[in-house]
Design a protein around this ligand. Structure first.
Ligand code: ADP
Ligand code: MG
Length: 230
């Protein structure tokens, strides 16, 4: 199921920093998605977006490393939205985050970036929140789930969440999730994911544990590293 890691070298900085190379319009995005980015004030791709989006929008698995504040959320949200069929009301994207605060931030950015599409439902499932309201929300369905590994696994074990329709799995702040001891939960969640999917891993650093996870669960991932942002 898992192929060997044949990650490529990072693209040169010059390919991602020239103004023309950072125009969102060169990406295979719909006119409505481009108009929405403009309305949000996203005039140019950040370096990590410019280096990763051509690969991720082409369907590649990706390990992206760039510092905090460099625009990694949009770098995984645009491809997960591109993989999503709004008319299919099932969970097609799962974003795992280390904390509830980060999950809430990501969900907010996903909603902003998705607002050009018709009625995409985003649900957060985090530990520290009561389970019952989450069960009610899940019974109404969602297209995208953003959550912390423990609570997402809890819902998978209860069968209140199913990932049969999953097209995109995102591990955001993978290094921090491993630091916080979520490795086992993440591996359990991965067992519930269909083999045929796109996996995107984002991290501020790229320690051995993150590499090991990538080697095990990603399909010939491309590696994109940006040393300094903006
Ligand atoms: P990271 O996850 O790398 O820490 P975020 O995804 O949270 O960074 O982005 C940091 C901020 O930059 C957010 O407020 C986001 O809305 C904004 N942002 C992201 N991409 C762009 C862009 N291309 N143009 C302008 N602002 C952007
Ligand atoms: Mg982030």
């Amino acid at each position: 199921m898992t192929e060997p890691n044949t990650a490529s070298a990072a693209p040169s900085a010059s390919s991602s920093t020239s103004p023309a190379a950072r125009d969102f319009a060169q990406l295979p995005l719909s006119p409505t998605a481009l108009a929405n980015l403009q309305a949000l004030g996203y005039e140019r791709m950040t370096p990590i977006q410019a280096a990763s989006l051509p690969l991720s929008l082409a369907g590649r698995d990706l390990i992206a490393q760039a510092k905090t504040g460099s625009g990694k959320t949009a770098a995984f949200t645009l491809p997960l939205l591109a993989n999503l069929n709004p008319r299919r009301f099932a969970v097609q994207a799962l974003v795992l985050c280390p904390t509830r605060e980060l999950a809430d931030q990501v969900a907010g950015e996903v909603r902003r970036l998705a607002r050009a599409e018709d009625n995409i439902k985003v649900l957060t499932l985090c530990g520290g929140s009561p389970v019952q309201p989450q069960l009610v929300s899940l019974s109404h369905g969602a297209h995208i789930v953003v959550g912390t590994p423990g609570r997402v696994l809890d819902h998978l074990d209860r069968a209140s969440l199913a990932l049969d329709a999953l097209a995109t799995l995102v591990l955001d702040e993978a290094d921090r999730m491993l630091d916080m001891g979520f490795a086992d939960e993440i591996k359990q969640v991965l067992k519930h994911c269909p083999a045929q999917r796109q996996t995107l891993m984002f991290s501020a650093t790229y320690p051995e544990g993150v590499q090991a996870l990538a080697t095990r669960f990603m399909r010939q991932p491309q590696t994109v590293t940006i040393k300094e942002a903006h």
